[in-house]
Design a protein around this ligand. Structure first.
Ligand SMILES: [Zn+2]
Length: 282
């Protein structure tokens, strides 16, 4: 009888430990509890195992608190992170490099550009405009307002040459330089830090030439194909359905009748304003 008592105590302590672990994982496993409660409470030998638990407790809250106090400083520091090599054709960018979303509008300046700018202003949203050089002289007011409103500029070639990949280095350079010159003729000194090849037709050579002129090559992640005029609801569904933190979204303010895009923006912009941080590309 006397020899069995220590064994029973050991088993009881073991059962207590196992029971506590089990309880944490599965509360339905109540079969353990009746067996250990009766001997566990009455025996003083159950004290040593318990003493370990309180000794650890104070060290845990002490460690995380200094780390947590540094967290509020984290997000602002990482926000303006510049995008580098992307996942689009020839390494072009498809995302912003942060959690922010970038709306981009191609093929302007044109007749619908002001309507797009009005809506962006209404919802306090910044965006990026990819400019066709030969259209600038007819719409200098659009270029100046893009700059004045705090949006970013992107070079989209002089005449939207869809065969840009086939051109010589000299021709590609001329397409880019002529467009930047046209923009700077109406908005002197305006930064143009991005280039988008017509149709997204990037090649390593195009990306390299653009980089040599200080422009990052910009592709996209979300493309509602609004230029096909699928109707506002299709544009809304595509853009809202596919955009996630970091997305570069492609839409068009020029190149034809963009009334469907403008109508879609009346739904997309307030929706995004509540869900994302929207940026003009840095
Ligand atoms: Zn285009």
């Amino acid at each position: 009888m006397a020899r069995r008592l220590p064994v029973a105590l050991t088993l009881a302590a073991l059962a207590l430990t196992l029971g506590a672990c089990q309880a944490a994982h599965a509360s339905t496993d109540s079969a353990w509890h009746p067996a250990l409660t009766q001997p566990g409470n009455d025996q003083p030998s159950s004290a040593p195992p318990v003493s370990h638990a309180p000794s650890r407790a104070p060290s845990h809250p002490a460690a995380p608190s200094p780390a947590q106090s540094e967290l509020p400083d984290g997000p602002p520091a990482s926000a303006p992170a510049a995008p580098s090599a992307g996942h689009g054709p020839a390494g072009s960018l498809t995302t912003t490099g942060s959690s922010a979303v970038a709306l981009t509008f191609d093929d302007g300046p044109d007749g619908y550009s002001m309507a797009v700018l009005d809506l962006l202003a209404e919802y306090h949203i910044k965006a990026t405009f990819c400019i066709i050089g030969r259209q600038v002289a007819a719409h200098p007011d659009v270029i100046r307002r893009i700059v004045a409103d705090g949006h970013s500029l992107c070079n989209h070639t002089w005449d939207h040459d869809l065969m840009l990949q086939k051109r010589s280095a000299a021709q590609i350079t001329a397409e880019m330089q002529r467009t930047n010159d046209a923009i700077h003729a109406v908005a002197p000194g305006a930064p143009i830090r991005y280039f988008r090849a017509p149709g997204g037709g990037f090649s390593p050579q195009i990306v390299q030439i653009a980089a040599g002129m200080g422009m990052k090559s910009l592709y996209w992640q979300v493309d509602p194909q609004d230029w096909r005029k699928p109707g506002p609801q299709a544009i809304i569904n595509n853009v809202i359905g596919h955009t996630r933190p970091g997305s570069v979204v492609l839409m068009h303010d020029g190149g034809g009748d963009r009334s469907g895009t403008v109508t879609a923006l009346r739904t997309i912009l307030p929706n995004f304003a509540g869900r994302f941080t929207l940026i003009a590309l840095p």
